[in-house]
Design a binder for this molecule. Structure first.
Ligand code: ADP
Length: 913
């Protein structure tokens, strides 16, 4: 069992090793190694079938000498015996006789020294065997050993099979590489002329003839031509490469039918086929098609002038074989030529395209495109026409060729010649024989002496409009223009069109860009002016001003739409007295105005006709009405009138539409502002009226309360006294509130009147502190005062200065806890020597960053519970700031929440005496 485990482990690991192995020498070495390790036989031969010798020979193992020189032919008895045993091994145990059938092989088998033969079978055939001698330790092979060996041989068979397949494949690839290499060599070394010459020589070796011709059909089917024509051993170059009409030559029959044609009498056959002969005086003729698949690409033909000669079936067969070879070679060559040409063309096109990107010099580009087109298409000349956008005339813009220079700049009327036709049809025109083309325009040739034979014309099209035409003239080889030429010229025409359009767009964009920039800056100015003025009349005047400036109108007006009164003229220009009769109202009867109001869209009228009610300017012919719209509807109307029929044009209309959008916002803003102003005014009036009305009764209440408190109306009880004190305190609060409101109303209405005088800050401070000292002391707060020596007097209203400082010191006192210190300082401002700077510092509750933004707003009070514990209106700082600013100073503060606040303000220094 131990051995079994070893065997199966060995087999497994061997299997893995063999999987990576494709070399048969290595495979057999591996097998030998395993067998030696496990069974240790004295002798081990591995025989394999060799197809070259049809014998079984000892395997070659890498790096080792052969184990024996013996070989066994397939008819050898040992081979036959093993073949018959299938996969069963042959074990000649000790003392056991060699089977009778091997009698004749006895010596050789003894020579081998082998006792155990394990056949190797592949695809049911004997492919070899292992031949093992006795084991070194002498013990016999067990059935397990044999089983192992048989399994091993199966591995060997599989591995060797695989290694052979791989070797075969490698060989095939090698072969194909060689073949491909050869084929390439042939393709590149063969040239069309060589092939034709080869065909000629080979053919005439086989078949006696006086004429040999190779007719080829052009790809486009436009024409056929003789690629090779020889007569009596001489090449007739004059007959070659000329387009042949399809009624010339008997070759045409073969070309058309694709079937060989033999005749004893060429002339007669031509007559019967209604063809014109291309050779004279000959009798027998044979033609076979050159075929590429099912397509006939040409005809190979022979003719014999000897009167008795006739072509027979043998000639036909031979000629067909030659024709097949010829056709194959021609196709190969033309494919090659085509692809080479393509490659060259692509390279040129790429170059042209690159140049297009790098330069915008239109003339240079068009020149380059045409040059390349003429060169690549192998033409004698070329012209590039541009179409005049207005007249449709054609201008010779770029020309290439012998007489080209004389033509540049010349013009042709629209629609002239084939070029004109290409423009009209937006399609290419091919004329391979211009003399037969009715549309051809011969004048330039007549003038220059140049002879045009064939033409290819391609329109340059940009967005469905033909902007020009590229024309190439006369292929140098005399061949007609074919489809490939057309495709190529199309590519060049497209390049030229792109070049032209790019350059045109560039100049255009430049111009358009400049205009746009100007308009934007105009709009910006308009916006600035409109925004700066919150006055509706001014906004309207500015809008009209710009509309007039850009439109070229002689007169114009702008009206605001007020639904209750209709359009009211806000501004006008150029009408002289024409508007007087209107009384400021724009008549809605003017049809365009009515229409604009109804539809909210721009109305243009270029012919006002006789109706005088349709216009305001008596001599006006054209009119433009532009609504100024807000989301709520039309809020204004711009009316422009002119005695000419043009008013601005489309671009102006776009401009004025945008202008009116801007104006609409400005007008709406101005309106809003006006409304706010009015509301403010009304409120201020109301507040000052109310506060005035409240003052008197409150003074009365307070006066009588005081009187009652001093017992002027008889003795009062303790409880009555308490009530009276409460009334008094509340009336005092109301008085503060009313006086604050009065101040604010005055400030906002611009009716705060101050009495300026030179005032001493020291005195102001003394006044404020004396009135507040009691309160401050009540809270055990300490008041400190630092006033610089020699501080100049300020210029201000004494009463208002006291109000400012009292408010700040009052706040410091209110918004600080008990026992803290308040510091008042006054000095000349370090930043501005014309100012005195006063500060009030506390170490109180402080103001949060968020609240710092808001404390000067009316009615603002911090949400802070410490603040809300004390009474206040939220008006003090707002009034204070106004009072500081009215007197020409500034106010600001520093505050750290829960640490303290310092307010600063400045007041101008007064005139020195
Ligand atoms: P009022 O004192 O009547 O509330 P003010 O306009 O004088 O109104 O002050 C507005 C708010 O600014 C106050 O309610 C308070 O929240 C804050 N404030 C003003 N002065 C101080 C200060 N010295 N320390 C902390 N907060 C202050």
């Amino acid at each position: 069992n131990r051995a079994k485990i070893d065997f199966s482990q060995t087999l497994q690991s061997l299997n893995q090793k063999l999987n990576d192995c494709t070399d048969s020498g290595v495979i057999t070495s591996l097998i030998r190694q395993e067998i030696n390790d496990l069974l240790n036989p004295k002798i081990l031969h591995i025989f394999l079938y060799d197809s070259h010798t049809d014998c079984f020979i000892p395997a070659r193992e890498s790096g080792k000498a052969l184990t024996t020189e013996l070989i066994f032919p397939t008819d050898n008895p040992l081979v036959t015996l093993l073949e018959n045993r299938g996969r069963r091994s042959l074990y000649l145990r000790d003392g056991e006789n060699i089977p009778d059938r091997l009698e004749g092989e006895k010596d050789r088998i003894n020579l081998l020294g082998a006792r155990l033969f394990i056949p190797m079978v592949q695809n049911a055939n004997l492919a070899g065997w292992l031949a093992l001698g006795e084991r070194r330790l002498g013990e016999p092979y067990s059935s397990a050993d044999i089983y192992f060996l048989e399994a091993l041989v199966e591995e060997l068979a599989i591995s060797l099979g695989r290694s052979r397949v791989i070797r075969d494949l490698e060989q095939r690839i090698e072969e194909m590489d060689v073949l491909a290499g050869i084929a390439q060599g042939v393709n590149f070394s063969l040239d069309f002329e060589d092939i034709l010459q080869l065909v000629y020589l080979q053919t005439l070796l086989l078949i006696p003839a006086d004429f040999l011709a190779i007719l080829l059909r052009d790809q486009t089917r436009a024409a056929s031509y003789y690629a090779y024509f020889s007569q009596s051993g001489k090449r007739e170059a004059g007959k070659e490469n000329r387009p042949l009409a399809d009624n010339y030559g008997l070759d045409q029959v073969v070309l058309k039918t694709g079937v060989p044609f033999l005749t004893r009498d060429y002339q007669l056959a031509c007559q019967e086929e209604h063809l014109r002969p291309t050779i004279d005086g000959v009798y027998a003729w044979i033609g076979v098609p050159l075929k590429s698949g099912t397509e006939t690409i040409g005809v190979l033909s022979l003719a014999a002038s000897s009167p008795d000669f006739r072509f027979g079936d043998d000639h036909l067969r031979q000629l067909r074989a030659i024709a097949d070879l010829t056709a194959g070679a021609i196709i190969k060559i033309s494919l090659l030529e085509e692809s080479e040409q393509r490659a060259r063309q692509m390279a040129t096109l790429n170059e042209v395209a690159r140049e297009l990107g790098s330069t915008l010099d239109i003339k240079l580009l068009l020149n380059r495109v045409l040059q390349s087109a003429v060169q690549i298409l192998h033409c004698e000349a070329g012209t590039l026409f541009l179409v005049d956008r207005e007249t449709g005339e054609l201008t010779f813009t770029v020309t290439v060729g012998p007489v080209a220079k004389d033509l540049v700049g010349k013009r042709l009327p629209a629609g002239t010649g084939l070029v004109g036709k290409a423009i009209q049809t937006q399609a290419p025109v091919v004329a391979n024989d211009v003399l037969r083309h009715t549309g051809w325009f011969a004048v330039p040739d007549a003038q220059t002496g140049f002879q045009t034979r064939s033409l290819l014309v391609f329109p340059m099209i940009v967005k469905n409009v033909v902007v020009g035409v590229v024309e190439v003239i006369n292929k140098r080889n005399g061949l007609p223009f074919n489809r490939a030429d057309q495709e190529l010229l199309q590519a060049f025409a497209a390049q030229a069109a792109v070049a032209y359009e790019n350059a045109r767009l560039y100049t255009l964009t430049d111009q358009a860009l400049a205009e746009r920039v100007e308009e934007l800056s105009v709009m910006q100015r308009i916006d600035r002016e409109l925004n700066a003025s919150l006055e509706i009349h001014r906004a309207m005047r500015i809008t009209l001003e710009w509309a007039m400036r850009r439109s070229g109108a002689e007169a114009g007006l702008i009206a605001a739409i007020d639904p209750s009164v209709g359009p009211t003229i806000m501004a006008s220009q150029g009408y002289a007295d024409d508007l007087e009769r209107l009384d400021g109202k724009l008549p809605e009867l003017i049809p365009a105005v009515r229409q604009a109001l109804l539809s909210g869209t721009l109305q243009e009228n270029t012919d006002l006709g006789e109706n005088q009610d349709a216009r305001l300017l008596p001599q006006a012919i054209s009119q433009l009405v532009v609504p100024i719209r807000r989301d709520t509807g039309v809020i204004g109307i711009v009316l422009l009138e002119s005695s000419t029929s043009t008013l601005g044009g489309e671009e102006f209309q776009q401009f004025i539409a945008r202008l009116c959008d801007h104006a609409a916002i400005a007008i709406a803003n101005a309106r809003l502002y006006e409304q706010v102003q009015q509301a403010n005014q009304a409120k201020s009036e109301f507040v000052s009226m109310v506060s005035h009305e409240l003052k008197n009764p409150m003074t009365a209440i307070r006066g009588y309360t005081d009187l009652m408190l001093v017992g002027a109306a008889g003795a009062i009880s303790e409880a009555q006294g308490k009530f009276l004190h409460t009334i008094k305190a509340n009336v005092e609060r109301m008085q503060v509130l009313v006086s604050d409101l009065t101040d604010i109303a005055r400030i906002e209405a611009g009716r705060m009147r101050l009495e300026y005088r030179s005032e001493s800050i020291r005195e102001i401070v003394r006044d404020v502190t004396s009135s507040l000292r009691a309160q401050i002391e009540q809270k055990q707060q300490h008041l400190e005062i630092e006033i610089d020596e020699g501080l100049p007097a300020v210029w201000g209203d004494r009463h208002r200065l006291i109000q400012i400082l009292a408010n700040l010191v009052g706040n410091a006192h209110k918004y600080s806890p008990e026992g803290t210190q308040i510091l008042i300082r006054a000095m000349q401002s370090a930043n501005d020597p014309r100012m005195v700077q006063i500060s009030v510092q506390d170490s109180g509750f402080g103001i949060t960053l968020e609240d710092q933004q808001k404390i000067f707003q009316k009615f603002f009070r911090a949400e802070d519970h410490e603040v809300r514990n004390v009474q206040g209106t939220g008006l003090g700082l707002n009034i204070t700031r106004h009072l500081v600013e009215i007197q020409g100073g500034k106010i600001w503060f520093d505050s750290v929440y829960r640490q303290g606040t310092t307010f600063y303000f400045t007041i101008p220094i007064g005139p020195t005496n």
